[in-house]
Design a protein around this ligand. Sequence first.
Ligand code: KIV
Length: 285
Amino acid sequence: MSHMTLDTGTSRANPTPSPMKRLTVPAIRNRKGKDPIVMLTAYTTRMAQLLDPHCDVLLVGDSLGQVIYGLPSTLPVTLDMMIAHGAAVVRGSYHSVVIVDMPFGSYEASPEQAFHSASRVMAETGAAGVKMEGGETLAPTVEFLTRRGIPVMGHVGLTPQAVNALGGYGARGRSNAEHAQILDDARAIADAGAFGVVAEGVVETLANEITAAVSVPVIGIGASSQCDGQVLVTEDMLGMFERTPRFVKRFDDLAGRISAAVETYATEVRSRAFPGAEQVYAARD
Ligand code: KIV
């Protein structure tokens, strides 16, 4: 069943939007060296609605494994999870380009496996493209998909799906060899036809070199302000978690504000101050 055809028109979570023109993948690709691209993660319809007017790209990241499902890493995230959340974000957005992460195990085996998985994402979510982690080894897959009409965003540097091989989530590109490999990875992915590349957790000088070296937009996360755009996990930048990576700036303290609101609710329930006269129904006369 296609998630796009669900009729949620009567839902308060999905009011009729005012008409808005959605950005396209070519429009994002053309932003190379121009106005910085604003990208955030979104996993739900309501969050997509709130972020959409301010963003150029909404990423349905496989970080939803940790953020939404409390999993220890992104590795257990499934294609079905990504498709369900991708469809929810498309339903809640009218302006941003929606990109869905390909989860671990759904694309690495072969270009054909990747096409099979990515075509499900495209058909069942309505997203504009997919994102995949990997460098030179993944380039033939990126080319296979882009030649068949599936826009691909690359992801190099700190690639969380490879946490076991990398030995952790530390910044990358500090040794000369690693620096050179990550630069080659970004070049290979861009040359293979990716419309953009996320550079995560790389030293600033390397992020700047990648941005100068490739002809498509480079979106930084823990990288450099000189990248062509920035992305963060929305719940991190909103202050939903006590522990965040060093590169996260907390633009709010949502966790603190939620705690305070819920504490007030609990107090009012216990004292019977809630519900008050405005929240109860009067009997008919
Ligand atoms: O999964 C994700 O949210 C990501 C971003 C952090 C780039 O890949």
